[in-house]
Write a protein of this length. Sequence first.
Length: 317
Amino acid sequence: MSDIGEEGTLVAEANTVSLLSNAEINQQIATAKRYPRSVSSFIKKATELVTLNEAIAQQCIYALPRDNKVIEGPSARMAEVIINAWGNSRAGARIVSDEGNFIVAQAVFHDLEQNVALTYEVQRRITNKSGKRFSDDMIGVTANAACSIALRNAILKGVPKAYWDNIYKKARALVAGDIQSLASKRANALKEFVIFGITEAQILAKLGRSGVADINTDDLVLLFGMLTAIRDGDTTPEQAFAIDGDEAKTAKPPPAAKPELTADEFAANVPKWTKLIGDRKHTAGQIITMASTRNTLTEDQQAAIRKLEAESTGEAA
Protein backbone atom coordinates (compact mmCIF):
# COMPACT_ATOMS: atom_id res chain seq x y z
CA MET A 1 0.00 0.00 0.00
CA SER A 2 1.18 3.51 -0.70
CA ASP A 3 1.97 5.88 2.15
CA ILE A 4 1.26 9.58 2.66
CA GLY A 5 4.42 11.64 3.27
CA GLU A 6 4.76 14.32 5.93
CA GLU A 7 3.78 17.08 3.48
CA GLY A 8 0.75 15.14 2.21
CA THR A 9 2.53 13.78 -0.89
CA LEU A 10 1.57 10.31 -2.06
CA VAL A 11 4.68 8.11 -1.99
CA ALA A 12 4.56 4.91 -4.02
CA GLU A 13 6.23 1.79 -2.70
CA ALA A 14 9.36 0.59 -4.50
CA ASN A 15 7.61 -2.59 -5.66
CA THR A 16 4.79 -0.57 -7.19
CA VAL A 17 7.21 1.65 -9.11
CA SER A 18 9.12 -1.43 -10.29
CA LEU A 19 5.93 -3.13 -11.50
CA LEU A 20 4.83 -0.01 -13.39
CA SER A 21 8.27 0.34 -14.99
CA ASN A 22 8.37 -3.33 -15.99
CA ALA A 23 4.87 -3.12 -17.44
CA GLU A 24 5.85 -0.07 -19.48
CA ILE A 25 8.98 -1.74 -20.85
CA ASN A 26 7.12 -4.97 -21.62
CA GLN A 27 4.51 -2.97 -23.54
CA GLN A 28 7.23 -1.21 -25.52
CA ILE A 29 8.91 -4.55 -26.32
CA ALA A 30 5.57 -5.98 -27.49
CA THR A 31 4.98 -2.92 -29.69
CA ALA A 32 8.49 -3.18 -31.16
CA LYS A 33 7.89 -6.85 -32.01
CA ARG A 34 4.58 -5.95 -33.63
CA TYR A 35 6.14 -3.22 -35.77
CA PRO A 36 9.72 -4.37 -36.54
CA ARG A 37 12.23 -1.98 -38.04
CA SER A 38 13.37 -2.07 -41.64
CA VAL A 39 17.14 -1.97 -42.02
CA SER A 40 16.84 -0.50 -45.51
CA SER A 41 14.58 2.26 -44.16
CA PHE A 42 17.08 2.92 -41.37
CA ILE A 43 19.95 3.29 -43.82
CA LYS A 44 17.91 5.54 -46.11
CA LYS A 45 16.66 7.82 -43.32
CA ALA A 46 20.01 8.08 -41.51
CA THR A 47 21.88 8.79 -44.75
CA GLU A 48 19.42 11.53 -45.68
CA LEU A 49 19.81 13.15 -42.27
CA VAL A 50 23.62 13.14 -42.03
CA THR A 51 23.99 14.41 -45.60
CA LEU A 52 21.17 16.95 -45.36
CA ASN A 53 23.76 19.70 -45.74
CA GLU A 54 27.45 20.22 -45.16
CA ALA A 55 26.99 21.84 -41.74
CA ILE A 56 25.10 18.79 -40.45
CA ALA A 57 27.74 16.45 -41.87
CA GLN A 58 30.48 18.41 -40.08
CA GLN A 59 28.64 18.06 -36.76
CA CYS A 60 28.54 14.28 -37.23
CA ILE A 61 32.33 14.00 -36.97
CA TYR A 62 34.62 14.68 -34.02
CA ALA A 63 38.41 14.54 -33.74
CA LEU A 64 40.50 14.60 -30.56
CA PRO A 65 44.30 14.84 -30.29
CA ARG A 66 45.66 12.02 -28.12
CA ASP A 67 49.31 11.01 -27.64
CA ASN A 68 50.64 12.78 -30.75
CA LYS A 69 47.84 11.44 -32.97
CA VAL A 70 44.27 12.44 -33.71
CA ILE A 71 41.38 10.11 -32.91
CA GLU A 72 38.46 10.59 -35.29
CA GLY A 73 34.98 9.16 -35.04
CA PRO A 74 31.21 9.72 -35.10
CA SER A 75 30.01 12.46 -32.75
CA ALA A 76 27.08 12.80 -30.36
CA ARG A 77 25.08 14.39 -33.21
CA MET A 78 25.74 11.29 -35.34
CA ALA A 79 24.52 9.09 -32.47
CA GLU A 80 21.31 11.16 -32.25
CA VAL A 81 20.66 10.52 -35.94
CA ILE A 82 21.36 6.80 -35.56
CA ILE A 83 18.98 6.18 -32.66
CA ASN A 84 16.27 8.32 -34.30
CA ALA A 85 16.45 6.31 -37.52
CA TRP A 86 16.98 2.96 -35.76
CA GLY A 87 13.76 3.17 -33.76
CA ASN A 88 12.30 0.59 -31.34
CA SER A 89 14.86 1.46 -28.69
CA ARG A 90 15.33 3.34 -25.40
CA ALA A 91 18.38 5.29 -24.29
CA GLY A 92 19.35 7.68 -21.53
CA ALA A 93 22.23 8.85 -19.36
CA ARG A 94 22.74 10.09 -15.81
CA ILE A 95 25.45 10.74 -13.24
CA VAL A 96 25.79 7.69 -10.99
CA SER A 97 28.78 8.61 -8.85
CA ASP A 98 30.77 11.57 -7.53
CA GLU A 99 34.24 10.39 -6.49
CA GLY A 100 35.41 13.81 -5.35
CA ASN A 101 37.94 14.31 -8.15
CA PHE A 102 35.82 12.61 -10.81
CA ILE A 103 32.19 12.15 -11.68
CA VAL A 104 30.93 9.01 -13.40
CA ALA A 105 28.22 9.17 -16.05
CA GLN A 106 26.36 6.02 -17.02
CA ALA A 107 24.36 5.62 -20.23
CA VAL A 108 21.92 2.84 -21.05
CA PHE A 109 20.86 1.64 -24.49
CA HIS A 110 18.06 -0.90 -24.88
CA ASP A 111 17.11 -2.36 -28.26
CA LEU A 112 13.48 -3.27 -27.57
CA GLU A 113 13.07 -5.33 -30.71
CA GLN A 114 16.15 -7.51 -30.13
CA ASN A 115 15.76 -7.24 -26.33
CA VAL A 116 19.46 -6.42 -25.99
CA ALA A 117 20.60 -3.84 -23.44
CA LEU A 118 23.99 -2.44 -22.52
CA THR A 119 25.47 0.26 -20.31
CA TYR A 120 28.50 2.47 -20.83
CA GLU A 121 30.32 4.58 -18.22
CA VAL A 122 32.47 7.70 -18.66
CA GLN A 123 34.61 9.51 -16.07
CA ARG A 124 35.28 13.24 -16.17
CA ARG A 125 37.55 15.21 -13.84
CA ILE A 126 35.92 17.94 -11.75
CA THR A 127 39.07 19.49 -10.30
CA ASN A 128 41.45 22.01 -11.87
CA LYS A 129 45.22 21.67 -12.26
CA SER A 130 45.79 22.76 -8.67
CA GLY A 131 43.35 20.14 -7.35
CA LYS A 132 40.59 22.62 -6.48
CA ARG A 133 37.07 21.30 -7.05
CA PHE A 134 34.99 23.03 -9.74
CA SER A 135 32.10 25.31 -8.84
CA ASP A 136 28.61 23.78 -8.79
CA ASP A 137 27.73 25.33 -12.16
CA MET A 138 30.93 24.05 -13.76
CA ILE A 139 30.33 20.59 -12.32
CA GLY A 140 26.88 20.71 -13.92
CA VAL A 141 28.40 21.61 -17.29
CA THR A 142 30.97 18.82 -16.95
CA ALA A 143 28.24 16.36 -15.97
CA ASN A 144 26.21 17.23 -19.08
CA ALA A 145 29.28 16.69 -21.27
CA ALA A 146 30.02 13.34 -19.58
CA CYS A 147 26.42 12.17 -20.07
CA SER A 148 26.53 13.21 -23.73
CA ILE A 149 29.74 11.22 -24.32
CA ALA A 150 28.45 8.16 -22.45
CA LEU A 151 25.17 8.24 -24.37
CA ARG A 152 26.98 8.57 -27.69
CA ASN A 153 29.19 5.56 -26.92
CA ALA A 154 26.26 3.44 -25.70
CA ILE A 155 24.23 4.11 -28.86
CA LEU A 156 27.18 3.44 -31.15
CA LYS A 157 27.86 0.18 -29.33
CA GLY A 158 24.19 -0.81 -29.21
CA VAL A 159 23.52 -0.32 -32.91
CA PRO A 160 26.00 -2.57 -34.74
CA LYS A 161 28.69 -0.69 -36.64
CA ALA A 162 27.98 -2.79 -39.71
CA TYR A 163 24.74 -0.83 -40.12
CA TRP A 164 26.05 2.72 -39.70
CA ASP A 165 29.70 2.67 -40.82
CA ASN A 166 28.94 3.44 -44.46
CA ILE A 167 26.56 6.21 -43.38
CA TYR A 168 29.38 7.81 -41.40
CA LYS A 169 31.70 7.51 -44.39
CA LYS A 170 29.18 9.38 -46.55
CA ALA A 171 29.07 12.23 -44.03
CA ARG A 172 32.87 12.25 -44.01
CA ALA A 173 32.99 12.36 -47.81
CA LEU A 174 30.62 15.34 -47.85
CA VAL A 175 32.84 17.19 -45.38
CA ALA A 176 36.01 16.36 -47.33
CA GLY A 177 34.53 17.51 -50.65
CA ASP A 178 36.56 17.26 -53.84
CA ILE A 179 39.35 19.11 -55.57
CA GLN A 180 36.94 21.74 -56.89
CA SER A 181 35.75 22.69 -53.41
CA LEU A 182 39.08 22.24 -51.62
CA ALA A 183 40.19 25.88 -51.71
CA SER A 184 36.92 27.27 -50.34
CA LYS A 185 36.75 24.59 -47.63
CA ARG A 186 40.30 25.45 -46.52
CA ALA A 187 39.34 29.10 -46.16
CA ASN A 188 36.16 28.24 -44.25
CA ALA A 189 38.04 25.96 -41.86
CA LEU A 190 40.64 28.62 -41.07
CA LYS A 191 37.89 31.21 -40.56
CA GLU A 192 35.99 28.95 -38.14
CA PHE A 193 39.06 28.57 -35.92
CA VAL A 194 39.75 32.30 -35.72
CA ILE A 195 36.86 32.80 -33.29
CA PHE A 196 38.55 30.35 -30.91
CA GLY A 197 41.80 32.28 -31.07
CA ILE A 198 43.58 29.65 -33.17
CA THR A 199 46.00 31.00 -35.76
CA GLU A 200 46.89 29.70 -39.20
CA ALA A 201 50.39 28.89 -37.90
CA GLN A 202 48.96 26.71 -35.12
CA ILE A 203 46.76 24.81 -37.58
CA LEU A 204 49.65 24.16 -39.96
CA ALA A 205 51.89 23.07 -37.07
CA LYS A 206 49.25 20.63 -35.83
CA LEU A 207 48.72 19.14 -39.29
CA GLY A 208 52.42 19.11 -40.08
CA ARG A 209 51.93 21.15 -43.24
CA SER A 210 54.22 23.89 -44.53
CA GLY A 211 51.46 26.01 -46.10
CA VAL A 212 47.70 26.35 -46.49
CA ALA A 213 47.89 24.97 -50.03
CA ASP A 214 49.21 21.71 -48.56
CA ILE A 215 46.03 21.07 -46.52
CA ASN A 216 44.27 18.11 -48.16
CA THR A 217 40.77 16.66 -47.87
CA ASP A 218 41.68 14.31 -45.00
CA ASP A 219 43.12 17.28 -43.10
CA LEU A 220 39.82 19.13 -43.57
CA VAL A 221 37.87 16.25 -42.04
CA LEU A 222 40.16 16.33 -38.99
CA LEU A 223 39.85 20.11 -38.67
CA PHE A 224 36.06 20.11 -38.82
CA GLY A 225 36.04 17.15 -36.43
CA MET A 226 38.17 19.11 -33.97
CA LEU A 227 35.75 22.03 -34.27
CA THR A 228 32.89 19.72 -33.29
CA ALA A 229 34.87 18.35 -30.33
CA ILE A 230 35.63 21.89 -29.11
CA ARG A 231 32.01 23.04 -29.48
CA ASP A 232 30.68 19.92 -27.72
CA GLY A 233 33.08 20.42 -24.80
CA ASP A 234 35.08 17.23 -25.45
CA THR A 235 38.27 19.29 -25.56
CA THR A 236 39.51 22.89 -25.48
CA PRO A 237 41.27 24.90 -28.21
CA GLU A 238 44.47 24.81 -26.14
CA GLN A 239 44.33 21.02 -25.76
CA ALA A 240 43.37 20.45 -29.38
CA PHE A 241 46.33 22.42 -30.72
CA ALA A 242 48.93 21.45 -28.16
CA ILE A 243 52.18 20.23 -29.68
CA ASP A 244 53.73 16.92 -28.61
CA GLY A 245 50.93 16.46 -26.07
CA ASP A 246 52.05 19.49 -24.06
CA GLU A 247 49.52 22.30 -23.80
CA ALA A 248 52.30 24.72 -22.94
CA LYS A 249 54.10 24.06 -26.21
CA THR A 250 51.59 25.54 -28.61
CA ALA A 251 52.64 27.59 -31.59
CA LYS A 252 50.77 30.53 -30.12
CA PRO A 253 52.97 32.77 -27.95
CA PRO A 254 51.88 33.22 -24.33
CA PRO A 255 49.34 36.06 -24.11
CA ALA A 256 49.92 39.16 -22.06
CA ALA A 257 48.08 39.42 -18.76
CA LYS A 258 44.50 40.57 -19.27
CA PRO A 259 42.28 42.34 -16.73
CA GLU A 260 39.57 40.28 -15.05
CA LEU A 261 36.01 40.84 -16.20
CA THR A 262 34.25 42.51 -13.27
CA ALA A 263 30.88 41.34 -11.98
CA ASP A 264 29.21 44.52 -13.26
CA GLU A 265 30.76 44.17 -16.71
CA PHE A 266 29.74 40.51 -16.82
CA ALA A 267 26.14 41.31 -15.84
CA ALA A 268 25.96 44.05 -18.48
CA ASN A 269 26.94 41.58 -21.20
CA VAL A 270 24.56 38.78 -20.17
CA PRO A 271 21.52 40.08 -22.14
CA LYS A 272 23.59 40.44 -25.32
CA TRP A 273 25.10 36.95 -24.91
CA THR A 274 21.69 35.45 -24.18
CA LYS A 275 20.31 36.89 -27.43
CA LEU A 276 23.31 35.68 -29.48
CA ILE A 277 22.89 32.16 -28.10
CA GLY A 278 19.10 32.22 -28.45
CA ASP A 279 19.37 33.37 -32.08
CA ARG A 280 21.90 30.56 -32.72
CA LYS A 281 24.48 33.11 -33.88
CA HIS A 282 27.13 32.00 -31.38
CA THR A 283 27.71 29.07 -29.05
CA ALA A 284 28.72 29.47 -25.41
CA GLY A 285 32.24 28.35 -26.32
CA GLN A 286 32.53 31.01 -28.98
CA ILE A 287 31.32 33.72 -26.61
CA ILE A 288 33.82 32.62 -23.96
CA THR A 289 36.61 32.73 -26.53
CA MET A 290 35.62 36.19 -27.74
CA ALA A 291 35.30 37.57 -24.21
CA SER A 292 38.63 36.02 -23.24
CA THR A 293 40.47 37.96 -25.95
CA ARG A 294 40.00 41.13 -23.89
CA ASN A 295 39.47 39.91 -20.32
CA THR A 296 40.19 36.99 -18.05
CA LEU A 297 37.05 35.01 -17.20
CA THR A 298 36.75 33.07 -13.96
CA GLU A 299 35.58 29.45 -13.95
CA ASP A 300 32.28 30.59 -12.45
CA GLN A 301 31.79 33.15 -15.24
CA GLN A 302 32.53 30.56 -17.92
CA ALA A 303 30.11 28.13 -16.27
CA ALA A 304 27.44 30.85 -16.17
CA ILE A 305 27.83 31.46 -19.92
CA ARG A 306 27.56 27.75 -20.64
CA LYS A 307 24.48 27.63 -18.44
CA LEU A 308 22.86 30.27 -20.68
CA GLU A 309 23.27 27.89 -23.60
CA ALA A 310 21.92 24.92 -21.63
CA GLU A 311 18.86 26.93 -20.61
CA SER A 312 18.35 28.10 -24.20
CA THR A 313 18.33 24.51 -25.48
CA GLY A 314 16.29 23.16 -22.60
CA GLU A 315 19.17 21.09 -21.18
CA ALA A 316 19.49 22.90 -17.88
CA ALA A 317 19.06 20.77 -14.78
